[in-house]
Design a protein around this ligand. Structure first.
Ligand code: AMP
Ligand code: ZN
Length: 477
């Protein structure tokens, strides 16, 4: 008997440089670690790319019935944070706490689902000391004058992710001396723990007061919240070397297990074809863009503009195009919603059924694009084909059932993209009623300022209030 054709999820694995079938460690479960931002400033829209990309990956897994354990850290101890703290004359923790709050607000604006856990490096120091101790015991690390180094050559597979040859690296490193790291046995060795400098945050350790290196943080937080071996480790492609290469060396040397089965990396968000970065100063913060466009347009632009591994050039023209495309989907869904509200109880006609069958096929097309290494741009094209099909095939007089089914399908798929297209008044009905009640109470108390405020809040959401003899009525503007 012929086996049924089942689409298999494929992920491009940086480790093998191949698209591979995704096989989770545990059936229907995914453990994912996404390297998070260093918190010393507002995040720029380049930093938002991995957040949006991997949140969408997570949403797709969840839609497919996987239980996703999603961990993403905040790097809240770092040279840049300390520098900013010195500039402002405040503590490093004041800086990191301030910007963690800002990043959390930005993530909410971008509709990034809350992670299962957002560990902070400064709260995981004990685990880092433990792992460094293990590495020393196993002969993979050594201490010199309060600094602990990882012995890079002791990890035989070093370079397997970035495909770098260790001897080439050695040649490149010979001339470079990093201040404070003169005691290294080998220029390739990297820091696991560094001693305290005056005015810097520090923790007690067996090697004196100090703080961890950046790479060890992620190895430890991933181990603590997801285990020694995980399904997916992800981040921007600039993290492949040295960050992820070093994470692999540390984790695999300490735990004796494969660290992550799949490594996913997003391409850069560019501006004028150059990587957007804080150091170059060619960046827009998420908030800069949020002041000009709804946040959902930024999210939609990122996912429709290019495959996540490809570079994506940011421009106002492309944002305008994304805004218009998104509007097209919203208008189609609003029209379906209006048809649903007519409550036409007739049976689904033959023509309507044809449209629904077409949508089912297009849903398969959406899934196939997502299963092919999360090709969101192609998946969104399938949604546009759905929009075309319903605009043509579901008439104003259509049955409630067919309009509802069509609408639900588009809304569900757009939820995977992370953009809600449910017509606004639909979500707000209860909220509107509550605000009207509050406004009535304010009026009774002669608090006309609050009453007017509420009227304005509703107006902003496109809701017009009318005082009638039967009470307050509301309509869509
Ligand atoms: P950082 O705060 O620099 O450690 O970056 C946080 C995350 O944003 C990492 O996954 C980076 O790879 C990613 N990232 C930084 N700049 C860009 C960019 N221009 N395009 C895409 N991803 C970026
Ligand atoms: Zn990391």
């Amino acid at each position: 008997m012929r086996k049924e054709l089942v689409i298999k999820m494929k992920i491009f694995n940086t480790l093998t440089r191949k698209k591979e079938e995704f096989v989770p460690i545990e059936e229907k479960k995914v453990s994912m670690y996404v390297c998070g931002p260093t918190v010393y400033n507002y995040i720029h829209i380049g930093n938002a790319r991995p957040m949006i990309t991997f949140d969408t990956v997570r949403r797709y897994f969840e839609y497919k019935g996987y239980d996703v354990n999603y961990v993403s850290n905040f790097t809240d101890v770092d040279d840049k944070i300390i520098k900013k703290a010195l500039e402002e004359g405040v503590s490093a923790s004041e800086i990191s706490e301030r910007y963690i709050k800002c990043v959390e607000e930005d993530m909410e604006s971008l509709n990034i689902k809350p992670a299962t856990k957002n560990p902070k490096a400064t709260e995981e120091i004990d685990g880092m000391i433990d792992m460094i101790n293990t590495l020393i015991e196993k002969g993979h690390a050594y201490e010199k004058n309060g600094t602990v180094y990882f012995k890079t050559r002791s990890f035989k597979e070093y370079g397997k992710l970035s495909k770098k040859n260790i001897d080439d690296l050695e040649a490149g490193h010979r001339e470079i001396k990093v201040a404070g790291e003169e005691d290294k046995e080998d220029p390739l060795d990297f820091v696991l723990w560094k001693p305290k400098k005056e005015g810097e945050p520090a923790w007690k350790s067996p090697w004196g007061e100090g703080r961890p290196g950046w790479h060890i943080e992620c190895s430890v937080m991933s181990k603590k919240y997801l285990g020694d071996e995980i399904d997916i480790h992800a981040g921007g492609e600039d993290l492949i070397f040295p960050h992820h290469e070093n994470e692999i060396a540390q984790s695999e040397a300490a735990n004796g297990k494969t660290f992550s089965r799949y490594w996913m990396h997003n391409g850069f968000l560019n501006i004028n074809n150059e990587k957007m970065s804080k150091s170059k100063g060619n960046f827009f913060t998420v908030r800069d863009i949020g002041a000009k466009y709804p946040y959902e347009v930024l999210r939609f632009f990122m996912l429709s503009g290019a495959h996540y591994r490809m570079p994506l050039n940011f421009s106002e023209d492309l944002m305008e195009a994304a805004k218009n495309s998104l509007e097209r989907i919203k208008v189609a869904v609003e029209r379906l919603d209006d048809i649903v509200k007519k409550e036409n109880q007739t049976a689904v006609s033959e023509d309507e059924q044809k449209v629904l069958d077409e949508l089912s096929k297009l849903n398969e097309k959406f899934d196939a694009a997502m299963e092919d290494d999360f090709n969101t741009a192609d998946a969104i094209s399938a949604i546009f084909e759905m929009v075309k099909a319903v605009n043509v095939g579901i008439s104003e007089q259509a049955s409630e059932e067919s309009a509802k089914k069509a609408m639900e399908r588009i809304v569900t798929l757009m939820d995977i993209i992370g953009v809600s297209v449910v017509p606004k008044t639909e979500i707000l009905a209860e909220e509107i009623e509550a605000l009207i009640e509050e406004r009535q109470a304010a009026r009774k108390e002669k608090n006309f300022q609050r009453a007017d405020e509420i009227r304005d809040i509703l107006l902003e959401k496109g809701i017009v209030l009318k005082d009638t003899r039967e009470g307050v009525k509301w309509t869509k503007a």
